[in-house]
Design a protein around this ligand. Structure first.
Ligand SMILES: Cc1cc2nc3c(=O)[nH]c(=O)nc-3n(C[C@H](O)[C@H](O)[C@H](O)COP(=O)(O)OP(=O)(O)OC[C@H]3O[C@@H](n4cnc5c(N)ncnc54)[C@H](O)[C@@H]3O)c2cc1C
Length: 52
């Protein structure tokens, strides 16, 4: 998946953590000093507001 394409998402192994919240302020862990936070690795996103 991501790794096969040369990317990684530096978040942990907690299955209850969603990609939305962790992208806003997470990624703190063993890889933080090497690759930064999740937001540091965000290349692109698609915004969808309440009206779709
Ligand atoms: C068990 C556990 C382990 C954790 N371990 C780590 C860790 O190792 N390292 C680390 O950095 N953090 C860790 N966290 C913290 C985690 O990164 C934050 O709690 C994060 O905000 C969780 O995101 P969520 O989307 O699951 O939570 P939510 O409570 O759903 O969202 C958090 C905030 O982001 C907003 N949000 C969520 N999705 C979107 C979206 N799509 N668009 C706009 N706003 C959005 C919500 O409105 C809310 O304000 C851990 C949390 C838990 C519960």
């Amino acid at each position: 998946m991501l790794a096969g394409q040369g990317y990684m998402a530096p978040f942990g192994d907690s299955p209850t953590v969603g990609i939305g919240g962790i992208t806003l302020g997470g990624g703190i862990g063993p890889l933080q000093r090497t690759v930064g936070l999740v937001s540091d690795n965000l290349i692109e996103l698609e915004m969808v507001d309440a009206k779709g």
